[in-house]
Design a protein around this ligand. Structure first.
Ligand code: BG6
Length: 483
């Protein structure tokens, strides 16, 4: 339930995440009347600036202000939004913040006061900030929540260290770990597609399904973000979190209820049935300059000679009765030919006999852009011949839900956190098992136990390394006629 009298404190208010995601999401929620009554938003960061300067920045974060309705709403939104500067590692700064919050709260009716701390911060200050917030800014007479975002460490050990340190101050119930893919419309739709459709749930297993691909493609490279990226690489940036989350919902057993714990119990169970990724099941790539676009190593923010992968395909196996033997290929890359995130479930061959060379069925769930679900079915070509051709049963959202608004992932997640609903946030044990799956391969890539593997090159703007096609066919994927 939404709590009135809530202050949302955005720590790192002058940073990139706040600018690109947090403020636009908060504004859209406000605009559509989703925020609680009496909400106030406080920006906090080291940068010294006054409210006028801060409001100017917020205006620059919001698109569409040439529309007078948006512009008016933005003025209202700004009037609820103030800024205070301070450090991240000293108590007096947080005492000062607390004093400020108390002043704001003195306008609240009744006793209830709730504080939601959104940490849009670099990981180096997660621990001190979480600690100071608990010690100086925790209001005992109401709900306190903390929203944090990746990177949650770099491997199993560092993740456990970080979680352990945060847990000393904030309980699991108060903590909301964002993986923004869980807020995406089509990822939330997976529960409905899978569990509200007998037509799909029958045959959702190794007997019918040959292989599954979960693909993330971005058409741009690191472009100035190379410092961060090089330290993490594509596996930590996309596979270990976003794609693995999608995989877990796609493959988990049916939860007993829609409650956060029931859902997350099932996700953890299926993740625990996945052994660590093997080297032989991994293909690593790095983009090189092509068509006038710079290669990864040409980015000034990338260390000279880096072997950090900007592309990875890894095949995961689930050892349980439903999925034994089905390859799940997760692949992600930067600087590719298009922007696309999709799930492609390829069914097995029809038993040979009456048909020859017939395409396999595929169920494709396109997460972005242009949300869609389509099923490739063979159909008789109309006419007097008996000829089967591949066709599509197509649920493209733009057509089927032409007037529906698809909300940004961050809007959905911030609202969930305000309501205290953990369903679409990552639980501690879930994170732990996600790291277990990827830590050995990450250590190998980093050269902890020998020389680092060299990623294969692929041209900027291409479909990925040329080694990809043989890689996916090794796992039984067959290109269908239309695909
Ligand atoms: C982030 C990654 O988590 O997700 C970025 O750090 C990536 O590198 C982004 O660009 C992709 O998110 P979306 O919502 O644009 O698919």
């Amino acid at each position: 339930e939404l709590k009135d009298n809530t202050i949302i404190i955005v720590l790192g208010a002058s940073g990139d995440l706040a600018k690109k995601k947090t403020y636009p999401a908060l504004f859209n929620l406000y605009r559509e009347d989703f925020l609680p009554k009496g909400v106030r938003i406080v920006g906090y960061a080291r940068t010294k600036m006054d409210n006028t300067e801060y409001h100017k920045r917020i205006t620059s974060y919001i698109k569409g202000t040439d529309n007078p309705d948006v512009a008016n709403k933005l003025e209202e939104f700004k009037s609820l939004t103030t800024y205070i500067s301070g450090g991240y590692e000293d108590s007096p700064s947080f005492q000062n913040l607390n004093k400020y919050l108390e002043e704001l709260e003195s306008g609240y009716q009744g006793q209830e006061r709730n504080r939601v701390f959104y940490l849009a911060l670099p990981p180096s200050v997660f621990i001190p900030v979480a600690q100071h917030l608990k010690e100086e800014c925790y209001y005992k007479g109401g709900k306190n929540r903390i929203i944090v975002e990746k990177p949650f460490g770099k491997d199993l050990e560092s993740s456990r260290h970080l979680l352990g340190a945060l847990k000393q101050h904030w309980s699991e119930d108060e903590t909301f770990r964002i993986d923004h893919y869980l807020g995406k419309e089509m990822v939330k739709n997976l529960l409905v597609l899978r569990f509200a459709n007998v037509a799909l749930s029958a045959g959702w297993d190794k007997n019918s399904i040959s292989n599954v691909q979960i693909t993330f493609k971005e058409p741009f490279g690191t472009e100035g973000r190379g410092g961060y990226f090089d330290e993490f690489g594509i596996i930590r940036d996309i596979l270990q979190n976003h794609l693995l989350q999608v995989l877990s919902i796609l493959t988990m057993e049916r939860p007993v209820s829609f409650s956060a714990e029931d859902i997350r119990d099932e996700k953890v169970k299926v993740l625990r049935a996945i052994p660590p990724v093997e080297r032989n099941d991994t293909l690593l790539g790095q983009y090189v300059s092509a068509n006038g676009k710079p290669g990864y190593l040409d980015d000034d923010t990338v260390p000279h000679g880096s072997v950090c992968p900007t592309y990875a395909a890894t095949t995961l196996w689930i050892h349980n009765p439903r999925w034994e033997g089905v390859p799940f290929i997760l692949k992600a890359g930067k600087a590719l030919n298009e922007a696309k995130v999709e799930i492609r479930i390829q069914y097995k061959d029809v038993t040979q006999g009456i048909f020859k060379d017939i395409s396999r069925n595929e169920l494709v769930i396109r997460i972005q852009p242009s949300e869609a679900v389509y099923l490739k079915l063979n159909t008789k070509l109309p006419g007097l011949d008996m000829r089967a051709i591949p066709t599509e049963m197509d649920l493209t959202y733009k057509r089927r839900f032409a007037d529906a608004k698809i909300h940004e992932a961050y809007e959905s997640l911030i609202l969930d956190a305000l309501k205290g609903d953990h369903s679409n946030f990552v639980r501690d044990d879930e994170l732990d098992v996600a790291w277990k799956i990827f830590t050995p391969i990450l250590h190998w890539i980093e050269g902890r136990n020998g020389p680092s593997p060299k990623p294969v090159p692929y041209p900027y703007g291409s479909r990925g390394p040329k080694e990809l096609e043989p890689f996916i066919s090794k796992y039984g994927f067959r290109r269908t006629e239309t695909g």
